[in-house]
Ligand binder design. Sequence first.
Ligand SMILES: C[S@@+](CC[C@H](N)C(=O)[O-])C[C@H]1O[C@@H](n2cnc3c(N)ncnc32)[C@H](O)[C@@H]1O
Length: 312
Amino acid sequence: MNWRVKGATQKALSILPGGIRLNLMMQMVLGDLRNLDRQIALKVRDWALSMKYLREAGIPLENSRMFEIGSGWYPVLPVCFVLAGARSVATYDITRHLSEKGMLRCLDSLAPQIPLIAETAQKTPAFITEKLNALRQKNTLAEMLEQSRIDYHAPADARRSGLSADSLDIVYSNSVFEHIPREIIREILAESFRILRPGGFIMHNVACNDHYAHFDKSISYVNFLRFSENQWRVWNNRLQFQNRMRAPEFLALARDAGFEIAAQHTHVAAGSREALRSFTIAPEFRSFSESDLATTTIDFIGRKPAKEWPGE
Ligand SMILES: C[S@@+](CC[C@H](N)C(=O)[O-])C[C@H]1O[C@@H](n2cnc3c(N)ncnc32)[C@H](O)[C@@H]1O
């Protein structure tokens, strides 16, 4: 499908009553969710990468109290983090996407992923299988979530969690920050700083690339950088809002909120540099280096400084 057709369709759906549901149905018939097993496999890989980042940064997961921003439709990451030893995950979403049917479909699609989950979690496949089977035997979504030690809040805004100050170890998100306006990210980071214990961590995986390129193979992952803000407003839509922020801007916001950047991992999708040289970059992006423009994902870890005691 041409990306402009998708953009215009999503824009129309975003103003129709019931548009969010219709968009989900279209995703299932025509889009990303056609092959749910594949989508879930990709999310398990995102989680495995997050586990690698945590280990490399020396951040212990065992018994940690986690907070997820943007739960989405399938709770792959929270389920996997708990299987790997997290004490609990409080997950917040501004829209209530998760359903009992979605949870069951997610559990089905996790079955082929058991070897990867077990290896990453450093558990046996039998242990993971037993835990997933126990979830399947629950009767309601609420029971499944309770058994998985997931506290699902939706509709709920991660800017105002209502959680106590200094009460969490790790705040994370996956594929969320590229979809939220800058000022909202700023508020979410301020709230994260408040609820994390001193020495606690944020970890955000941000796909800062043109999502229209995920299905229209005729455009590159940096195609959206050719449009001025006014032009982009025509193609951007509320159902899949894309802020087009570049990697250093996310780090700057995290630092502004008080975090020290502990690790950052960036990736440039194949063909991005060549694509950048093939069109005129919109004035809004001309102050960035080619490398920052070409960066198509950034995953970063920030640390809330530990309290300093007198004499230290
Ligand atoms: C693209 S989805 C990603 C879902 C999931 N993390 C994943 O990896 O599949 C982004 C999610 O963030 C949620 N979201 C947006 N703004 C939010 C906010 N202020 N607080 C909590 N969730 C929010 C959206 O409703 C949406 O479900």
